[in-house]
Design a protein around this ligand. Structure first.
Ligand SMILES: Cc1cc2nc3c(=O)[nH]c(=O)nc-3n(C[C@H](O)[C@H](O)[C@H](O)COP(=O)(O)OP(=O)(O)OC[C@H]3O[C@@H](n4cnc5c(N)ncnc54)[C@H](O)[C@@H]3O)c2cc1C
Length: 387
């Protein structure tokens, strides 16, 4: 039947993605989480099936779909495997999209086809140990030398760090220029001087490798610079706008899983001689979960439909991420509560929803930063009809 808030084509894309994910990704998802196995096979499969770089035109290896189509795929993956969903999201929204929007024709031809096929995985290296929410304070330095730059610094918490074949990496050519000195580069994994810390041990999305990226006097040729010198900060913020829609979709996927699991359990589990779903206390929780899920979907899909308008819609993207991520955490807690003691046990896989949901409130801009983005716009240009 599909979702009434999507058209037939969008529902068809969502149905196809969900069918693939349920058949191929769901069966090993729990094992990958427990053993912290990086799901490269999932990315390769998604590439083979045409789900990577969906917004990229076919001439560069993509499918030429809408942004919403890609957002629906993130949601579908996150329903069963939020770790694969974030790797997919970083690969598509932050790395591929960066090359697609800001690369030259030669750069697009050189890098996009292998990324769209899943033969190479892309990462996004902006954060540093001392520059997280305030990414503009990054200290990685790029010094001009004949034919390119020598880059030195350390990047923290990089998704797919050590697994990805390529890194969209941000460094400053002159710290005195502040944001106007930040420049974007594509650095290959095998570049001499590029090293990786061990996988960091995490609460959730455990199959997604997160590592430090150590850049030790790495030579980056001119042809690997993305955009002009000093464009990097604008590029990073532009990409994070889209990334936030992706994280909102990740939250929606987790909420959808939490509700589906809760509904089934509420009808099966009996106490006091009746299914627990017959008790008002449980029903109200389910009703609130369904209402919030619908609202989060509307906000996320609306944000995706406005993606092409760029930074002018930044508050809309932030609202979608804020609402979806905070409700994903709450719904994961609700699902555990509905499952009672069984919800707390690993065997049931419901505790994983909470472990995986929490990160959505942190990466690609914390909830506090989302509120800051929204409030800044309200205070600058408050227009009740255009929020
Ligand atoms: C699993 C994981 C994967 C990640 N993947 C990537 C990646 O692929 N690439 C990448 O570049 N980065 C990545 N990150 C980094 C992530 O984007 C940052 O962790 C995030 O932006 C927050 O930065 P921070 O951790 O330094 O926290 P801080 O910025 O130190 O914030 C700490 C606390 O202070 C609050 N705070 C900070 N400033 C303000 C303010 N002005 N007003 C109110 N509150 C404020 C924050 O909201 C937060 O609660 C990842 C992080 C994790 C945990």
């Amino acid at each position: 039947m599909g979702l009434s808030i999507l058209n037939d084509e969008e529902n068809a894309i969502r149905d196809a993605a969900r069918a693939l994910v349920q058949k191929e990704i769901a069966p090993r998802s729990g094992e990958f989480d427990q053993k912290e196995i990086y799901p490269r096979a999932n990315l390769e499969l998604l590439g083979q099936q045409g789900y990577l770089g969906m917004i990229v035109e076919p001439e560069y290896g993509g499918a030429g779909t809408t942004y919403l189509a890609q957002t629906l795929v993130v949601e579908s993956i996150a329903e069963v495997d939020p770790a694969t969903a974030v790797i997919y999201e970083v690969h598509c929204s932050l790395h591929i999209e960066g090359i697609w929007r800001f690369g030259t024709d030669a750069q697009k031809r050189r890098w996009l086809p292998s990324l769209c096929r899943g033969e190479a995985i892309g990462a996004f290296a902006l954060s540093e140990a001392e520059a997280g929410s305030n990414a503009a304070a990054l200290a990685t330095r790029a010094v001009r030398v004949p034919g390119g730059y020598r880059v030195t610094g350390r990047k923290m918490f990089i998704t797919s760090g050590g697994e990805a074949e390529r890194y969209l990496l941000f460094a400053t050519v002159d710290p005195a220029l502040k944001t106007k000195g930040i420049t974007a580069f594509i650095v290959e994994k095998d570049a001499p001087g590029l090293h990786f810390g061990p996988p960091l041990e995490k609460l959730g999305i455990r199959a997604s490798r997160t590592s430090e990226v150590i850049v030790d006097d790495v030579f980056v040729p001119d042809e690997n610079r993305l955009g002009a010198e000093g464009d990097g900060y604008t590029i990073a913020l532009y990409l994070l706008d889209g990334g936030r829609i992706g994280i909102a979709a990740q939250g929606v996927g987790i909420m959808s899983a939490a509700l589906a699991r809760s509904l089934t359990y509420a009808q099966e589990r009996k106490q006091f001689g009746k299914p627990i779903g017959s008790f008002e206390g449980v029903q109200w929780r389910l009703a609130n979960m369904a209402t919030d899920l619908h609202a989060a979907r509307l906000m996320t899909y609306e944000a995706a439909r406005h993606r092409e308008e760029g930074p002018s819609q930044r508050p809309l993207f932030a609202m979608a991420k804020l609402f979806s991520s905070e409700h994903a955490v709450r719904h994961a807690e609700d699902a555990i509560q509905i499952f009672g003691g069984y919800g707390y046990m690993r065997e049931y896989g419901v505790e994983r929803l909470l472990r995986d949901a929490k990160i959505t409130e942190i990466y690609e801009g914390t909830s506090e930063i989302m509120r800051w983005v929204i409030a800044s716009q309200l205070l600058k240009d408050y227009d009740l009809d255009n929020i």
